[in-house]
Design a protein around this ligand. Structure first.
Ligand SMILES: O=C(O)CCC(=O)C(=O)O
Ligand SMILES: [Fe+2]
Length: 280
């Protein structure tokens, strides 16, 4: 089976819904088709799945090697599954700002496979923004301005001992002693799986342009961010029991809404290993 034989329905804003597949029982050709569809669409959504943690791990391993996140607590008994959890009495959620997973790594995660485990009665949607479309729709002057630029990414200000999470009611995400070196990526990358140009900066982990201070970088970064989060290129995923989302961290951003205080929400995430990124 090739990618075009999968039943893909484009979603408003970003990504595609994949119908008529059982993620626990895929042929090798379906796995290859899904991987290519992920590269092409950035986000794939599946409904009505019933993956056990073992099947979640097996699915991830068929798509790519697993890249274990070094900050998130693991699901009990499953060291490769990150627990994305907010209890009824916590106020802070995980991923509640626009970001892409692991852009602070030298070889950023290719993708993430997120499984809904326990959902609040309403709310807790996840937004996804299309970074292929964000790049394509930039005006020619801005494209010329960012061509050849590189940006510095880091995680210390988020997950470090004095980072954002340390000041919240999710302080276990702030890891002292975990290495958090800064890393540099091109601002416009050539997507390794699709060959298309992608805007690769994000508000959570991009610190500044290489060779510029943060103050000097902010006006252009803010302009790029405002453009990239235009709701015409954003899909709102409303989770249901059995929903699985797989996203490409090079081609999309995501944002977990935090609008369900007083209720429990638990998701299981496995992060897929990627590669060093080259300029478009
Ligand atoms: O909880 C969510 O919907 C997404 C959280 C997040 O940013 C992630 O799992 O990478
Ligand atoms: Fe995330």
């Amino acid at each position: 089976m090739i990618a075009t034989q999968l039943r893909l329905d484009p979603l408003p804003g970003c990504g595609a819904r994949v119908k008529a597949v059982n993620l626990a029982d895929l042929t090798d050709a379906e796995v290859d088709g899904l991987r290519q569809a992920l590269f092409d669409h950035g986000l794939l959504i599946f409904r009505g799945q019933s993956l056990t943690p073992e099947q979640h791990i097996a699915l991830a391993e068929r798509l790519a090697p697993i890249d274990v996140n070094r900050f998130f607590p693991a699901a009990p008994g499953y060291p490769v599954i990150a627990k994305v959890e907010k209890t009824a009495d916590q106020m802070t959620n995980i991923g509640g700002g626009w970001h892409t997973d692991h852009s602070y790594d030298a070889e950023p995660a290719m993708g993430s496979v997120l499984v809904a485990r326990d959902l609040p009665p309403s709310g807790g949607d996840t937004l996804f923004a299309d970074m292929y479309a964000a790049y394509d729709t930039l005006d020619a002057e801005t494209k010329a301005q960012i061509a050849g630029l590189r940006a510095v990414h880091g995680s210390d200000h988020v997950f470090g001992e004095k980072g954002v999470y340390a000041q919240t009611d999710q302080p276990e995400l702030a890891k002292g002693g975990v290495e958090t070196p800064e890393t540099v990526h091109p601002v416009v990358i050539r997507h390794p799986g699709s060959g298309k140009s992608v805007l690769y900066v994000n508000p959570s982990f991009t610190l500044r342009f290489e060779g510029m201070t943060r103050e000097e970088s902010m006006p252009l970064l803010m302009k790029l961010y405002a453009h990239a989060m235009d709701m015409s290129r954003v899909h709102t995923l409303v989770w249901e029991p059995g929903t699985v989302a797989i996203w490409d961290n090079r081609a999309t951003w995501h944002f977990a809404k935090n609008d369900y205080h007083g209720h429990y929400r638990l998701m299981h995430r496995i992060t897929l290993a990627g590669c060093a990124l080259e300029a478009a």
